[in-house]
Design a protein around this ligand. Structure first.
Ligand SMILES: [Zn+2]
Ligand SMILES: [Zn+2]
Length: 288
């Protein structure tokens, strides 16, 4: 009981000291806290006085405790440049590891033959009827073009009439695009990087080897290559429901909508779904 009284008398004493401090100094701080807030804080002192009183007693800026809480500026901790450097290095190392994993994955795949078979995939996981068959020789240039987007070429005939400055600008622009293109091709962590590994898989194919390799499921971006091949009129599709092999020109490409997405859908002439992929995502227009 004695200890209890002792504890509370010190707590109440701290609370009074604290409120008194606020009363004395409230006109000297920029944004003094309200009386209610200070009463709540002072009451808290009764219960947790050892901690709070010690905190206040030891703090450099004692007025911090009698201002409105949200207006206290947080201390800016300087960012350690080494941490930034290390995380950049780690990200680079991770990308490098991933690249190595892909390379060893691709290099363990059996050598490609004359044909590649792609089982039609569906983003909703439905089992589909389409079995796409492409000639490896047709696939290679298409994948290569995806990896090497054609640089924008400037019309040289116009620049002859322009001043020297304009010509300089034009050549600067070309150099910039060239470096962009090479970084696009050489950087392993770009969005079209999987095409790089698909290309690596295909390029060692043996045209005399009459086998049909199945596209590994890890190459999930092959759905875009397959769609581009069909659009270019190359390849064939076996529809299991019709039990018929169709030419690329017989396949119907339809844009379907679902939620915010436009889905690219491929159908056989009898409307069996052969493949379905994500195409474009709509950003909903803001209402204001
Ligand atoms: Zn590489
Ligand atoms: Zn069909």
């Amino acid at each position: 009981m004695y200890l209890f009284n002792f504890y509370f008398s010190i707590g109440i004493f701290s609370a009074f000291v604290f409120v008194g401090y606020w009363w004395l100094y409230k006109d000297r701080v920029d944004i003094p806290a309200s009386l209610n807030l200070m009463l709540i804080r002072a009451t808290a002192y009764i219960f947790v006085w050892p901690v709070l009183f010690w905190k206040w007693f030891k703090s450099e800026d004692k007025t911090r405790f009698i201002t409105e809480p949200e207006l206290v500026a947080p201390e800016q901790r300087p960012v350690d440049p080494n941490i930034v450097k290390n995380s950049a290095r780690n990200a680079e190392r991770e990308a490098q590891t991933l690249h190595q994993e892909w390379l060893s994955f691709v290099d363990t795949l059996p050598q490609c033959g004359s044909h590649i078979m792609y089982k039609g995939t569906d983003i909703y996981g439905e089992r589909l009827d389409g079995r796409f068959i492409f000639e490896t020789a047709d696939l290679l240039p298409l994948v290569f073009d995806k990896l090497n987007p054609k640089p924008v070429s400037f019309d040289d005939t116009d620049s002859a009439n322009d001043s020297l400055d304009a010509e300089c600008e034009a050549s600067d622009g070309e150099a910039e695009i060239d470096s962009q293109t090479s970084s696009w091709v050489n950087t392993p962590n770009l969005p079209n990087t999987q095409e790089h590994y698909i290309h690596r898989w295909l390029r060692t194919y043996d045209p005399a080897l009459f086998v049909c390799n199945v596209v590994p499921t890890s190459f999930d971006r092959f759905e875009y290559i397959a769609a581009d091949m069909i659009e270019a009129g190359k390849g064939q599709v076996h529809c299991k429901s019709c039990d018929t092999v169709y030419d690329a020109s017989d396949i119907k490409a339809v844009d379907g909508g679902q939620g915010g997405w436009i889905l690219g859908e491929l159908y056989c002439p009898s409307d069996h779904l052969l493949a379905r992929r994500k195409k474009i995502h709509f950003m909903r227009a803001r209402s204001n």
